[in-house]
Design a protein around this ligand. Structure first.
Ligand code: DX5
Ligand code: ZN
Length: 215
């Protein structure tokens, strides 16, 4: 079954710990943390200091999505923060393989994120070093945008690439995922869906998560 990773970008920051507790009790598999620096993307969110204060839960992974230019400049604070997965954008660093090695060295699952216009060929020489690829299905920066349909083909091609190499890299899809498109997203080969507005925008989180898992 597809794993669901609620993005706290769409949660109320006023009661963040409570919102995370609610969404975990409602069936979230991972908690997705959108870290934005205002340069790589036109928005600023939060950094590892906020994460530090969030209570941790057994069996629920914290999944940091770094939308940060040159993550090598402040990666250490994320490595020390205790998150379970870190995605760095291929467009944001010239030392991608070094970043992945460093993340793995800290026993954190390394992942690469690709903007919608970035080709899969950028993964060719790092796929073996990854636990996950994050396919952006909106242009990063904001929650609540519409899913870019052309990304379905990209997910299919990525799945083929992974299978051809005999790897078990997970595919995470982020942006605009909702009950109306979840079937297509999963059938294309997605293992994990990130959902912000499709969960935090709904009154009943359990119902919203079930709508994504049982489509
Ligand atoms: C966009 C973020 C996403 C986004 C998802 O830059 O990476 O995680 O918040 O939100 P929805 O599901 O509302 O598109
Ligand atoms: Zn994200």
């Amino acid at each position: 079954m597809v794993k669901v990773a609620p993005s706290i970008l769409s949660a109320s920051f006023n009661t963040l710990a409570l919102e995370i507790d609610k969404v975990i009790k409602a069936g979230a598999d991972l908690i997705h943390l959108d870290i934005m620096d205002g340069i790589f993307v036109p928005n600023i969110t939060f950094g590892p200091l906020i994460y530090k204060d969030i209570p941790k839960y057994d069996g629920v992974e914290f999944d940091a999505h770094l939308m940060v230019i040159q993550p090598e400049n402040n990666i250490q604070s994320f490595l020390d923060s205790g998150v379970d997965r870190i995605s760095v954008h291929v467009e944001a660093t010239v030392h991608l393989q070094r970043m992945l090695q460093l993340i793995r060295h800290h026993h954190i699952k390394p992942a690469v994120a690709l903007n919608p216009a970035t080709p899969l060929s950028t993964l060719e020489w790092v796929l073996e070093d990854l636990d996950m690829v994050l396919i952006m299905s909106v242009n990063p920066g904001f929650g609540g945008q519409s899913f870019i349909k052309g990304m379905l083909k990209k997910i299919e091609l990525l799945k083929e690439m992974i299978l051809k190499k005999g790897l078990s890299v997970e595919i995470e899809v982020d942006g605009g995922v909702c009950p109306e498109n979840i079937r297509d997203v999963v059938n294309a080969g997605t293992d994990i869906v990130v959902a912000g507005s499709a969960i935090f925008g709904k009154p009943d989180y359990a119902e919203a998560i079930q709508a994504l898992k049982h489509y």
